[in-house]
Design a protein around this ligand. Structure first.
Ligand SMILES: CC(C)(COP(=O)(O)OP(=O)(O)OC[C@H]1O[C@@H](n2cnc3c(N)ncnc32)[C@H](O)[C@@H]1OP(=O)(O)O)[C@@H](O)C(=O)NCCC(=O)NCCS
Length: 138
């Protein structure tokens, strides 16, 4: 999560339930002036790479309060699909809200991975693939 010195933060937790490896992620950019410039996508793709390239996860999930349309769009732009709702499970600004869940499966990510990496890494893509890619057939 963000430190007092950093305007952004990221969270990643992994768990296995019924033999399926899931990674749960969260992204936070504290300064509104930094929103809408692609930073959220970069952080999310970095977390997806940790989940699928490094931790070999089967699926990745994220959640957000029902009114946070920007966060939902940012997740969908990275290939996530809405997977469910937990009712009245967040308390913000004096009232309870539903929480929307999103997820992406390993195969779904691998299909869009090249495009997302190109978009976020630009001319550093080749170097990244050479040094860090563990997935065959990129
Ligand atoms: C949600 C958050 C991480 C998104 O990061 P961001 O840097 O603003 O998002 P990006 O610039 O990478 O944009 C990602 C997508 O969001 C959508 N988006 C961005 N700005 C938008 C805007 N002004 N209106 C609507 N959608 C927008 C777009 O679909 C974009 O995809 P595209 O590039 O294919 O068009 C960031 O706004 C944030 O930290 N907000 C506060 C905390 C939070 O809500 N955290 C997440 C949930 S707990």
């Amino acid at each position: 999560m963000p430190s007092p010195k950093s305007p952004w933060g990221a969270r990643l937790e992994q768990h296995a339930w019924a033999n399926v490896k899931t990674v749960d992620i969260g992204t936070y950019i504290g300064k509104k002036g930094l929103w809408g410039k692609g930073l959220g996508t970069q952080i999310t793709v970095a977390l997806l790479e940790m989940a699928f390239n490094q931790l070999n996860a089967d699926r990745c999930e994220a959640s957000s309060v029902e009114y946070n349309e920007r966060a939902h769009k940012a997740l969908v732009a990275c290939g996530f699909k809405k997977s469910g709702v937990t009712r009245q499970s967040a308390f913000v600004n004096g009232r309870k809200w539903d929480r929307f869940y999103f997820d992406i499966l390993r195969d779904e990510y691998l299909q869009i991975r090249a495009d997302l990496l190109k978009k976020t890494l630009g001319n550093k893509l080749d170097e990244y693939i050479k040094k860090h890619c563990t997935i065959k057939g990129y």
